[in-house]
Structure formats: structure tokens, C-alpha cells
Write a protein that binds this ligand. Sequence first.
Ligand code: NAD
Ligand code: TYD
Length: 379
Amino acid sequence: MNSPSSILVTGGAGFIGSTFILDWLRPGAERSPIVNLDKLTYAGNPETLASIETSPLYTFAHGDICDADLVRSLLARHQPRAIVHFAAESHVDRSIVGPDAFLRTNIDGTFTLLQAARAYFQGLEGDKRKQFRFLHVSTDEVFGSLEANDPAFCETTPYSPKSPYAASKAASDHLVRAWAHTYGLPALITNCSNNYGPHQFPEKLIPLVLTYALRGKSLPIYGDGQQVRDWLYVGDHASAIRAVLDRGRLGETYNIGGNNQRSNLEVVLAICALLDELVPKSAYRPHRQLLTYVQDRPGHDRRYAINARKIERELGWRPAESFETGLRKTVQWYLDNTEWVERVTSGAYRDWEQTNYTDRGGARGSARDQMKADPEVTR
Ligand code: NAD
Ligand code: TYD
């Protein structure tokens, strides 16, 4: 049995959860025991956690957050002082093609966890009861889409989710708030902007563009490429979650963002420029020649932007990376870890590429086969 100061993480084999765990167990950090409950969907890669796999402080539980018996038994056995809930289906395009898994994991799964956490919390006494936290990791996409001049999302912005993914995350946030309000569950919610960094599954924009460009495949820009996202380096998200877990006020929501609004086109061009510099012998230089406009995402949110003043003011959290430093680190990591990419993108991922990109009129096959976009013209 782990000590009472352990924490239970869900979805810790995914992009952000694994970053959080590696940071939690890094030499010099707090290093209290951590239990990782993960179903290992296509997005979960235990290999990311290989360096801590045999640590006595790390326990992996392979399973589904919708499995109430499993969640109950993990809580009973490990007596965690907190649950940090990352597990989710997280890709908007997949939610459009097949929303079922999103409703199941993001809504039913969160409900299952909340019920188990509530029963567990009711049985706690004294300091253990005072200490306990349920931290729900959510997204800025619950707030919907901004126009160019709208102010950034703050914690009081009304929810207006537009995609099946965003709707399922909004539903889970509402459940967490209801469990805090009605049953007194000591919950916290974080709503973060788009993350990027090492170990991100290459279905998301930044790693997709990076890995395609390295192979000379055309780079699919949805619609006009002028959609704006507010990018945060994943290590900064992990440190923000730490701050909220340690010092966040119970029942509160904290928006997390890096104040790095960029259009998709700007992001892709920045990646291409870094690749031109870091892979000077590439046959595909200049990489920007690979840009290809493809059919837009249905219901595509135009702009997200986060006002992160509350977490800065109350908890003293600030991102350590600028977009430029974080992107450079990310590009270098993907250049150094091509085998990781090969392994995670084999098998079923190929089917997903087929599903998502074949009918968009671009992005498959070699660059020469595609109609090219001139980024200068549309900038
Ligand atoms: P991810 O898709 O990389 O990883 C999700 C992890 O959850 C995987 O390891 C997967 O195996 C696991 N999982 C999925 N269904 C499960 C289930 N039913 N039971 C147990 N485990 C299951 O996701 P991510 O990008 O690391 O996102 C983590 C969390 O952060 C999500 O809740 C997401 O909504 C939120 N978030 C993500 C971003 C972003 O830019 N990626 C931004 C803000 C918030
Ligand atoms: P994504 O990484 O899927 O994150 P989200 O949809 O959660 O913001 O996409 C980021 C932006 O990049 C979004 O506006 C959609 C766009 N995009 C493309 O233009 N081409 C692509 O192939 C992908 C995957 C995304």
C-alpha cells in the first residue's frame, strides 16, 4: 500500500498527464507516490513513462475510469490525498467523426470518478479529509469561439461549447461543480488553452505538421488558416496544475494560458522556418512549400484566447517558456525522437489519417501531388 500522501492521476500515459507525472517524480521534486490509472487508448503511451516505470514511487493501473469497481478499489488501496483527472478523449476532429467515445469517457467517466471520490471523501477524517482535493483538468474550448476583437476568456465567461469534444468537457466541468456545490466535494477546475511540447500525439496541429514536414508530406491547413489558438508549453501547464493543487482555493476555477495567440498559418510557418534552420540538408527546404489548404473542419472555432490573470494574481504562477523558446524545444525533441513518433503512429493511426484527410482534398501523398498554397499571399 502507498503512503497516504500519494496522488491518483487519471490519463497519465497521455500527453499532458505524462508530463505532469515526469515532473512530479523528477529528482529534486516532491516525489510522493503517484498512481496512474490509464486505459491506454491510441493516445496513451506507457513508453513515455519508461524512465520512472520501475520507481517505487510509481504504480500503473491499466483500466477505464468508467469502471466504478476499479476506481473504488484503487482509492481504497492507495488512499490518495488527491485525484488529478486528465483522462479524456481529446481530439476535436475525432469527436466530429465519432462522438460516442467522448460522451462515454469525458462525461460518464468523470461522473464515475466523482461518485467514487465522493464516497471516498465521506469516509475520510481529520487531516486526510482537510487535505483531499479533486482537480479536474479541462479546456478553454468550453467557452466557445471568439471574434477577432473579443476579450479573452476569463473564469466568468459563459460556457458556449461548439464541438462534441468541447460539449463533453463542458458537461464534465458542470458535473464537477455540481458535486462540489451539492456534496461538498473539495474540487478545483482548470481550463487551459492549447498545449504543445514533447510527447504530443501527432494528430494535433504542431506535431502533425512537424512530422509531416520531416517526411516531405504536404501540411494540411484547414480553411483559410487564420484561426487563432493561444499556445502554452506543456511543462508550463504541468507547473500550473501543481500550483492549483497546492494553493488553489477550493471550489474555484483557474484559467491557464501563455498569452501566445497565433494564427494556425503563423504556427505552421514558424515550424517550417525552424526546420529549415535545424535540418539544413533537408530535401524539402524551404519547408513552407509543403503548405496545402484543405477543406475546413465543420463548425471550426475561430479564436481562443485565455486571460490567465487570476492564477497569476492568486497563485503567483507564470509560464516559463515563450512561444519561441517552447517551439524550438519541441521541434528539437521531435527531431531527436523519430522512433517514438514511428512507434505511436503505426497501426490504427494510419486508418485515422485516411479517415480525416482523404476527403479534404489534400495532405496525403507527396507535396508535388497537391495544390500548393502561397502563405505570403494569405498572410
Ligand atoms: P491525450 O489524448 O494525449 O491523453 C489522454 C489519456 O487519457 C491517454 O493516456 C488515454 O489512454 C487516457 N484515457 C482515455 N480514455 C480513458 C478512459 N476511459 N479511462 C482511462 N484512461 C483513458 O490528452 P491530453 O492532451 O494529454 O489532455 C489531457 C487532459 O487535458 C484532457 O482532459 C484534455 O481535455 C485537457 N486539455 C488538453 C489540452 C491540449 O491542448 N492537449 C488543452 C487543455 C486541456
Ligand atoms: P488541434 O491541434 O486539433 O487543436 P484544437 O482543435 O483543440 O484547437 O488544432 C489546432 C488548430 O489547427 C485548429 O484550428 C485546427 C487546425 N488544424 C489544421 O489546420 N490542420 C490539421 O491537420 C489539424 C490537425 C489542425
